[in-house]
Write a protein that binds this ligand. Structure first.
Ligand SMILES: Cc1cc2nc3c(=O)[nH]c(=O)nc-3n(C[C@H](O)[C@H](O)[C@H](O)COP(=O)(O)OP(=O)(O)OC[C@H]3O[C@@H](n4cnc5c(N)ncnc54)[C@H](O)[C@@H]3O)c2cc1C
Ligand code: SF4
Length: 517
């Protein structure tokens, strides 16, 4: 294989996969290095036991917390990255999320771009990922240049009842933006079959708009795009004065290989991108590549998230539950003048998930009882912003051992959101005392391992002293190195991060097209 390319993209997830698709029509030679394989299409894709008890699609990595305790992070190394498993809730950040915001526990800093700069790319991102939704239904929604490309996914009766009850009580539920290829007008031909095993599962029929389906596969239809699987980038080498990346050292199917690209884009996910840069330290970059600011790896964020199930006497036979969300408390609530967060549904709880999350507690509980609890649950996902803290960081030792030091912050609004949900449920006649925390997305009780929403380890900004990347997501210190995964986030907001990573990859893509023209 020719090993010299115009652009090499490391990682094929939301950021890297989307960028490859965006650049593909340019005719430039593009190589994607992806450490994982295709996620195998198999019946087990939709097995709750395989996915939630046997952790079938979770990488066998070991990371360490700040006290040196090992844990298995919930990371997914496949073509398409974490989007293969994601819940496909694709939200735009709010306008204010791009500005400095005072939170209960500190300041969420301003981004170097405004919402208006990203808006055209949000629109393109929603098109590329076939997002379903309804403009104007969410009072906190930022202005948009057009409607969603697809109509909102309808709610099934139990969730529609919840929707109506919340609306009657004066709240503003709205149809959650959802990236599944569902055609409700013509289900006989719809790719999405509306199943119960979507959020946290791979989609067996490739109807979830993930980065493999919507970006990498379409990119590969262009003859100038090459994907190398099982290609694990280990180190970036630079020229003698440290101003450009000259080559990438990778392990490909067990063999060491070297690749050269005029432009090199890192998109390995926030923790692994920081790891790759830190592992690439050299004489000119002794603290790690692009790390003169000492910011690489710092400001790791992953949301203060809580999954809770509300048990009720009524059954909840819903299949696709992620159709309702509520942002009434995004910017605050009565008596509390700080941002609180987002409430949305998660995928339907299924009995076998409990065994994966709490193996000891459920060991003696009959399967039928767990199934019954699941059948009566209505399941919520609550998100509050965690504030970027330089001490919340990824570090590596010389052998590549990754330590994730993290001290939770902004917990008061997190608790307030939980209490608010409780009181709302009481108000609409559901039993608030039957609200039970869950560890979905984690399959473990170690919160740090639930790194689904990881972001922020290579923040972008104007000032090279306080940021790793410039406004185009190019490393301040190198003229051909870019980062386009969620690492660039300055703050994380309280909505799911993928659409922002996707939109930004397109924005950076336009910059690269101009640079290469
Ligand atoms: C269960 C689950 C549910 C989620 N639900 C949602 C949701 O509903 N909405 C939402 O917006 N977000 C959701 N997310 C989060 C979302 O998936 C991520 O925010 C998004 O995928 C991040 O994109 P990324 O490009 O930063 O990284 P990723 O998508 O993780 O891509 C990184 C890629 O880099 C590869 N890689 C890593 N290291 C190397 C290396 N050294 N060499 C080569 N390749 C490498 C990985 O294999 C991977 O393919 C969810 C995540 C999970 C796990
Ligand atoms: S709900 Fe649709 S998109 Fe999701 S896994 Fe099922 S078929 Fe795939």
């Amino acid at each position: 294989m020719d090993k010299q390319f115009d652009v090499i993209i490391i990682g094929s997830g939301a950021g890297g996969g989307t960028l490859a698709r965006h650049l593909a029509p340019s005719g430039k030679s593009i190589l994607i290095l992806e450490r994982g394989d295709w996620l195998k299409r198999e019946a087990l894709n939709w097995s709750p036991a395989a996915v939630f008890q046997q952790n079938r699609y979770i990488a066998p990595d070991t990371w360490y917390d700040k006290s040196g305790q090992p844990f298995q992070p919930q990371v997914h190394y496949f073509v398409g990255g974490a989007t293969k498993m994601y819940g496909a809730a694709l939200y735009r950040l709010r306008e204010k999320d791009f500005e400095e915001v005072r939170h209960y526990d500190g300041i969420s800093p301003a981004w170097p771009i405004r919402y208006e700069d990203l808006e055209p790319y949000y629109a393109k991102a929603e098109d590329m990922y076939f997002v379903h939704g309804l403009r104007g239904a969410d009072p906190t929604e930022p202005p948009a240049s057009g409607p969603y490309p697809c109509p909102p996914v309808s709610s099934e009766p139990r969730i529609q009842q919840l929707f109506d009850d919340l609306a009657a009580a004066g709240y503003h539920p709205f149809p959650a933006p959802s990236a599944v290829m569902m055609d409700e007008q013509n289900m006989a031909y719809s790719r999405c079959i509306r199943c119960q095993t979507c959020d946290g599962f791979p989609c067996l029929v490739h109807a979830k708009s993930d980065a493999e389906v919507c970006a990498v596969r379409p990119a590969l239809e262009f003859p100038n795009v090459t994907l190398l699987r099982h290609a694990h980038a280990l180190k970036l080498e630079t020229n003698a004065n440290g101003t450009s990346v000259t080559s990438i050292e990778a392990e490909v199917g067990g063999e060491r290989e070297t690749f050269r690209g005029d432009i090199v884009v890192v998109s390995c996910g926030a923790a692994n991108s920081a790891k790759l840069l830190l592992m690439s330290a050299n004489d000119k970059h002794p603290k790690g590549l692009a790390n003169g600011s000492d910011q690489v790896g710092r400001n790791y964020m992953f949301h203060n998230s809580q999954a809770v199930l509300a048990l009720s006497r009524e059954p909840n036979p819903t299949f696709f539950q992620k159709t309702l969300a509520l942002n009434d408390f995004y910017f605050g609530m009565e008596g509390f003048d700080y941002p609180v967060g987002n409430i949305q549904m998660i995928g339907k709880t299924l009995g076998p998930m409990f065994r994966g999350e709490k193996p000891l507690l459920t060991a003696l509980v009959p399967t039928r009882l767990l199934d019954d609890v699941a059948y009566h649950s209505v399941d919520f996902w609550l998100t509050t912003e965690d504030i970027p803290d330089p001490e919340n960081r990824v570090t590596v030792d010389e052998a590549g051992k990754l330590t994730l030091s993290y001290t939770p912050n902004n917990q008061v609004p997190t608790r307030k959101l939980y209490d608010k949900l409780k009181s709302m449920l009481g108000q609409i006649g559901m039993r608030p005392d039957y609200l039970i925390p869950r560890d979905i997305y984690m399959q473990t009780e170690i919160p740090l391992a639930g790194c689904a929403h990881q972001a922020g380890t290579c923040r972008f900004g104007q000032d090279p002293k306080t940021s790793v990347l410039d406004v185009n997501c190019k490393a301040h210190e190198l003229d051909n190195l870019y980062v386009v995964d969620t690492s660039f986030f300055v703050s994380i907001g309280a909505v799911n991060p993928s659409l922002t990573a996707i939109a930004n990859a397109m924005r950076v893509g336009d910059h690269l097209l101009e640079r290469m023209s």
